[in-house]
Design a protein around this ligand. Structure first.
Ligand SMILES: *Cc1c(COP(=O)(O)O)cnc(C)c1O
Length: 398
């Protein structure tokens, strides 16, 4: 098998047919909507309405409609979205905010930046998502909010979290930077989009996200009129009327050019999610039954929009696996290698290694494979053959 693949590689027909394998293929995606995108960008350039122009307002309305949420507040990036949300809730220094120890740093960063106290809790071993029971145990009289992260495109257990929040009078800020477009089936029978269930939802339009623009961008969602007004004001220097500043705010705007791009890409979001799911289905099927590989869990209450396709691998040296894949021109990534409580900037007397065993296990054993909207079946076959060759049960050894 290895020989065949090498022969194939050296014949160069491989590259002609398949192209370079990438974690994400933004150019391939762009090339399919190029004429529309180029025109939209040039229309903004020619309009000179670069900031808060009609494109931003139209995108806002279209995203509100898509999500079924009352208010979308566009802003400069996903990190700002989280910060503005926390500022608007009037949280005070020392207030405790509970979030997952297995996440991208932005979630904890804004909590710390606002001098709130990040309280980390472990995640569940199958879904990698915040553990509601651990959340419940972490609540103190100072707890004000829970920030579930819908990691890798799959929603946290919102039924359980909303129930805990209600009983303890807490805000819920959904970090849906990786899960925009995912549907969540609530136990009351209604279906809602990720980010529209909690008090506030926050997302990112970073280029590689499921709905990515061609630069930085983000948005905040809420059904609460008062909060929406306040967040809109905070994102715009705390002003509701030009040069009258009622709050200390920030400068966080979505560019009109990015909004114009996002309007076009929003129309493809569901089809992009379907393409990602098809990739995940292919991987799942190929890896089924290999006991060195655990494929990502799916639950019946949340769609998985597969921002990442992340395996748990056993009985193998992960770095060696990555090197072997790289030798076959297959990129892979580790999201995330270090748990938050062991990051230099976030180390805390409260925590020590071993406190979040699931997170620590995941950081040591996860491996994310290429997944994007433009993957071809031959590429998937090539990748899965290579992974199975490297992780075949009989040769896999530590
Ligand atoms: C990307 C991301 C963010 C931050 O978004 P930016 O637009 O890069 O600021 C926050 N949380 C999670 C989980 C993310 O993946």
């Amino acid at each position: 098998m290895l020989k065949t693949v090498n022969d194939f590689l050296s014949s160069r027909s491989f590259y002609r047919n398949m192209g370079k394998i990438q974690m994400v293929d933004l150019i391939g995606q762009y090339s399919k909507i190029q004429a529309e995108i180029d025109k939209a960008i040039m229309d903004v350039v020619r309009s000179s309405a670069y900031i808060n122009g009609p494109e931003v307002k139209s995108f806002q309305a279209e995203l509100e409609n898509y999500l079924g949420v009352k208010h979308v507040i566009p802003c400069a990036n996903g990190t700002d979205a989280l910060q503005i949300a926390m500022m608007a809730l009037g949280l005070k220094p020392g207030d405790e905010v509970i979030t997952a120890s297995f996440t991208y740093v932005a979630t904890a960063e804004v909590i710390a930046l606002l001098q709130l106290k990040p309280v980390l809790v472990d995640v569940l071993p199958d879904t990698f998502l915040i553990d509601p029971k651990a959340v419940e145990r972490a609540i103190t009289p100072k707890t004000k909010a829970i920030v579930p992260v819908h990691l890798f495109g799959h929603c946290a257990d919102m039924d359980a979290l909303m129930d805990i929040a209600k009983r303890n009078n807490l805000y819920v800020i959904e970090d849906t930077a990786q899960a925009i477009g995912s549907n969540y089936n609530l136990k009351n029978g209604t279906k809602q989009k990720a980010g529209t269930i909690g008090t506030i939802g926050c997302t990112s339009f970073f280029p590689s996200k499921n709905l990515g623009c061609y630069g930085d961008g983000g948005a905040i969602f809420t059904n609460d009129d008062e909060l929406a007004k306040k967040m809109r004001m905070i994102a715009n220097h705390g002003q509701s009327t030009l040069y009258y500043h009622d709050e200390i705010g920030v400068n966080s705007r979505l560019d009109s050019i990015q909004a114009a791009i996002l309007r076009i890409k929003l129309r493809h979001l569901d089809e992009y999610a379907a393409a990602r799911r098809a990739v995940a289905d292919y991987y799942d099927k190929a890896f089924a039954g290999n006991n060195n590989i655990t494929t990502p869990a799916r639950t019946k209450n949340s769609d998985h929009v597969f921002h990442q396709y992340t395996l748990l691998i056993k009985n193998a040296d992960r770095n060696k696996v990555r090197e072997q894949l790289a030798a076959k021109e297959i990129p892979s990534m580790i999201y995330y290698p270090v748990p938050l409580h062991m990051q230099k900037a976030y180390r805390d007397d409260r925590y020590k290694p071993g406190d979040f065993p699931v997170t620590e296990q995941l950081c040591a054993h996860v491996l994310s494979l290429p997944i994007h909207t433009e993957m071809k079946e031959e590429t998937l076959k090539y990748i899965t053959d290579a992974v199975l060759e490297i992780l075949k049960p009989e040769v896999a050894a530590v």
